[in-house]
Design a protein around this ligand. Structure first.
Ligand code: ADA
Length: 588
């Protein structure tokens, strides 16, 4: 399932989820993981797409190139018999370097595991063979994927689609809701791409215009007078007098469709959803539709002991139900853009999302590719996820070098790009540099990762006091403040009433003290526990990682609750009661 709704009425498409063959060529990662023996040297197996290479028996620690192949009947895509049609292969996520070809012709190269990309080739009916080389090796070529405190899996980990597009097709729609004097308007932008231009085979074809529909009703036809060329983007502002707002308590979604008209016929379309809501920062407060918001929630990795990072939508919903049972009202997609179906679910459930661009700093050495690849990941994330109303903030550069001039230059470039891409949402980045951070002037929301009683011996009040004093006296003073990480580890099943480090008792004690303090701080807008579920990490890199997992989950990797589950549930309940935030779980 590509999304939670149909993205096209007109464009023919086929989801290529299903059985593919994969040939593995790997040699271990040299970073402590043992080499892959059984599958090195080119054994071919059949796997479901999407999934992770690591789910294949014998390939649990695979690092190398996995060659995926599948033949499908492109004739089944015929929706019209126009002469000039193109096959568009859309990959929602390949981990982490990808090369895609059709019948041996290269159509796409992509360099990040967590954003979508596509490739084009002229269409012809009949069998077509798609090959995807998914390379998950760590190397200089990929600055963002490396040994980490989460696991970089391999494979075709998100859905793949085959679509039939005309020469000119709808690339994306962006809707920005605008609230003025109690009435709603929508700024709509529609980007139209040209296959000829992308393939370098000729001048772009003409377009008559774009018909815009909201919830199935025609609302406007856009013509050349509404467009700017290079790239071709149609723009307008719609008055929507009957708009139903989106709020966490009543997450109403509105469907938008852009239909491309050429020679009098509707030849292509794209459907997306958005919500009538605006988010802004005023002083130290975050406002959603003019109401101050506060939230409690979790950092979550896309990680599962069975599925790796390729969680099926059922497992995403399982996680969301547990999060809501815990009383969470928000989730942070640490440390990369998430599968869009997870965001679709958050939109529907009214869970607020901090979506984070891919990067978990600091770098040991400065890879010259870091900034370019970070900017690309950021641009793709914002372009692709622009319409999700659940995303209230974009996050960048978790714990990166916010304490050096070099680091600051990276933050400046990233914030500049982010504000160009989406001036409508507040921005943030999680820092752990106290008291040396020199970048707190840059974000709209200041976010701090703090681990009192775990990495810091100091008591919670004492340590938080130091952090808050520093923030107040910095250019970040007076901005909204989020505790973006707080937590402690426990090895699941290790119970000991003497409460030693790593026992479930100790984790529950620490979380109780941490939350007891930070949830009571008036100036703290939101709190995210590190983390939701235990997740796999790279072997060898982290000394303090029993079981080769980050064990700070409140549930273990199988989502079995640890002792701290009830502690957190109670702390979140009393926080929500104090601030009159209804429980998400009460809404179903
Ligand atoms: C950091 C980091 C997380 C995780 C955490 C921890 O703050 O942002 O990814 O590594 O620490 O468990 O130590």
């Amino acid at each position: 399932m590509e999304r939670l709704f149909s993205t096209h009425d007109i464009r023919p498409l086929q989801e290529l989820d299903g059985l593919w063959t994969v040939t593995l060529d790997g040699a271990g990662d040299g970073a402590g993981d043992p080499p892959v023996d059984t599958l090195a040297g080119g054994r071919t197996v059949r796997v479901l797409v999407p999934s992770c290479v690591e789910s294949i028996p014998g390939a649990e620690t695979f690092r190398g190139v996995a060659r995926y192949e599948r033949t499908f009947d492109a004739g089944s895509l015929e929706g019209s018999h126009d002469d000039e049609r193109y096959l568009r292969v859309a990959c929602k996520g390949v981990s982490h370097m990808a090369d895609v070809s059709v019948d041996g012709t290269p159509v796409a190269h992509h360099e990040d595991a967590f954003t979508a990309f596509d490739g084009l080739i002229e269409h012809r009916p009949g069998p077509r063979t798609i090959t995807i080389d998914a390379d998950n090796r760590f190397s200089e070529r990929s600055a963002l994927h490396r040994e980490n405190d989460y696991y970089s899996y391999g494979g075709v980990t998100r859905p793949v689609l085959a679509e039939l597009v005309p020469e000119r097709y709808v690339d994306w729609i962006h809707v920005t809701p605008i609230r003025q004097d109690g009435a709603w308007r929508a700024r709509v932008e529609v980007r139209v791409a040209s296959c000829r231009e992308r393939l370098g085979t000729g001048e772009p074809g003409t377009v008559d215009g774009i018909v815009l529909r909201l919830d199935g009703r025609d609302v406007r036809t856009l013509t050349a007078a509404d467009a700017t060329e290079d790239p071709l983007v149609y723009r307008c502002v719609l008055d929507v007098p009957d708009a139903v707002p989106w709020t966490p308590d009543a997450p109403h979604l509105t469907y938008v469709q852009a239909v491309l008209v050429q020679d009098g016929s509707e030849v292509d379309d794209l459907i997306d959803r958005f919500g009538f809501r605006d988010v802004r920062v005023e002083g130290d407060t975050v406002l959603l539709n003019d109401e101050p918001i506060r939230f409690v929630g979790f950092n979550r990795h896309e990680d599962d002991p069975v599925f790796g990072c390729a969680l099926p939508v059922e497992a995403m919903m399982r996680d969301l139900n547990i999060l809501r049972d815990l009383g969470a009202t928000s989730v942070r997609t640490s440390h990369y853009p998430n599968d869009e179906r997870f965001l679709d679910l958050c939109d529907e459930l009214g869970l607020l999302v901090w979506e984070e661009a891919h990067a978990r700093g600091p770098e040991d050495e400065h890879n010259p590719r870091f900034l370019g690849q970070s900017l690309t990941s950021l641009t793709e994330m914002v372009t692709q996820h622009f319409n999700h109303p659940s995303i209230y903030t974009w996050g960048i550069l978790n714990e990166y070098e916010s304490n050096t001039e070099y680091g600051r230059s990276i933050y400046v470039s990233m914030y500049e790009r982010l504000r160009e891409l989406d001036p409508s949402r507040p921005t943030t980045s999680a820092t752990c540099n106290f008291p040396t951070d020199i970048c707190l002037d840059l974000p709209d929301i200041v976010s701090v990762n703090v681990y009192p009683l775990w990495y810091r011996a100091a008591g919670v009040a004492e340590y938080m006091g130091e952090v808050l004093d520093f923030v107040r006296s910095s250019p970040g003073g007076g901005k909204p403040l989020i505790v973006s990480e707080i937590g402690a580890g426990a090895i699941p099943g290790f119970r000991d009433t003497r409460r030693p480090k790593w026992s479930e008792e100790r984790q529950a004690d620490i979380l109780s003290e941490q939350l007891g303090h930070v949830c009571g701080l008036e100036e703290v807008t939101g709190v995210y526990i590190w983390q939701f579920a235990d997740c796999r990490v790279t072997e060898g890199l982290f000394r303090e990682r029993p079981r080769t997992r980050n064990n700070k989950g409140v549930v273990d990797e199988y989502r079995r609750p640890k002792l701290a589950y009830e502690t957190v549930r109670q702390a979140f309940d009393s926080y929500r009661r104090r601030h009159a935030i209804p429980a998400a779980r009460a809404r179903d």
